[in-house]
Write a protein that binds this ligand. Structure first.
Ligand SMILES: *Cc1c(COP(=O)(O)O)cnc(C)c1O
Length: 358
């Protein structure tokens, strides 16, 4: 059978060892005679597993003291609303950078709770770059960025600083968390849905600095209040234990393979060779400005037109799956998250070369 490489943008590829461990836990968890799905989230083995997942994440990301780490539900999309609901008072302003579809969705939610200033936007050029000039508000409570734009394939390689010295930086890292070292102390809040680079859908990681909490007076529904989940250590209600377990195995796998530094090196190698082929091969081109190209999602197009479905089925026949670009941009997109082996990228490059030569 042809080896399959899944280039999906999300839900995305997971390491085989992670899938095997998850399948085992679905049958029987660590010799407890029951599936993990059947076990109480208040039982010691499950509480220990969730606590271990937290400490693995803290360790890998080098999270300093003074930050809470939560496992929540509702995806990154619920964070679009929870952030302003919890952290932005009525009449206060937050600055948002508009660098893609997910940023736009985040911007839409803020308006329900306070004022939003769009500090920059690359919408006019179909989000093909990260704007360098930001028009920030002096009194913004926070500045929001989408660290990696999954659909358009741009990435902040360095993060902007809030001009308000009392403000903080908030980041949607759904599609590049754990892919490169970050300095968590640069941020007040980081959030990420799991299903791109960390695990399956169903759990969302939120990292939040203590001092930004408790400053807003509006009533907040219990489930949407960060404080609820902090007080109950992500166990206020039944957490998505299976999803958290898959994250746990992914973080173990990451650690065993040298942690984030080693992964970042591999990710850089994978992306560099793929972009080099896009540049070298006369059939293909990158629609993204070079300095902002994402190391995680690599969109490419036919340089001079062509039959997209023909190339997709050519790839499909070689086991290279889910390479269609997002419906809003067309073309192709190779998502090469942590769990995409270098051999998968090599196979794609080979297919691009053979397609040109046929
Ligand atoms: C996928 C994605 C989201 C949406 O995540 P959900 O967990 O489905 O809500 C938000 N932001 C970014 C950057 C994404 O890639």
């Amino acid at each position: 059978m042809t080896k399959i490489y899944n280039f999906s943008a999300g839900p995305a590829v997971l390491d085989q060892s992670v899938l095997v461990a998850t399948a085992q836990a679905a049958k029987e968890f660590n010799n407890h005679g029951m599936s993990l799905m059947e076990m109480s989230h208040r039982s010691a083995p499950v509480m220990d597993m969730v606590a271990e997942t937290e400490s693995l994440a803290r360790d890998l990301l080098n999270i300093p003291d003074g930050y809470q780490l939560l496992f929540l539900q509702g995806g990154a999309s619920l964070q679009f609303a929870m952030i302003p609901m919890n952290l932005l008072g009525e009449g206060q302003t937050a600055d948002y950078t508009d660098t893609g579809a997910w940023s736009s969705k985040a911007i839409k939610e803020v308006q329900l709770f306070g004022n939003v200033n769009v500090a920059c936007s690359s919408k006019e050029s179909v989000y093909n770059h990260i704007p360098k000039d930001l028009n920030q508000s002096d009194d913004a409570i926070y500045l929001h960025v989408t660290s990696n734009n999954t659909i358009y394939g741009t990435q902040w390689h360095a993060f902007p600083k809030p001009v308000n010295s009392n403000g903080f930086l908030a980041a949607d890292m759904s599609s590049d968390i754990f892919s490169r070292p970050i300095d968590v102390s640069q941020f007040g809040l980081i959030y990420a849905g799991a299903q791109k680079n960390m695990g399956p859908a169903g759990v969302t990681l939120v990292i939040i600095r203590d001092d930004i909490l408790g400053k807003v007076n509006r009533p907040i529904p219990t489930m949407m209040n960060y404080q609820t989940h902090i007080d109950k250590r992500s166990m206020f209600n039944t957490p998505p234990v299976m999803s958290i377990y898959t994250v746990n195995r992914t973080l173990h796998w990451l650690k065993e393979n040298g942690g984030i530094e080693a992964m970042a090196e591999k990710n850089k190698r994978k992306a560099e060779k793929l972009y080099a082929e896009i540049e070298r091969n006369p059939l293909f081109a990158s629609p993204i400005s070079k300095e902002d190209q994402s190391l995680m999602n690599v969109p490419f197009i036919f340089a001079n037109g062509g039959d997209e479905s023909d190339f997709l089925s050519f790839c499909d026949g070689r086991g290279l799956k889910t390479l269609k670009g997002h419906r809003s941009v067309g073309g192709f997109r190779a998502s090469i998250y942590n769990a995409m082996p270098e051999a998968g990228v090599d196979a794609l490059i080979q297919a691009m070369q053979e397609y040109k030569n046929q």
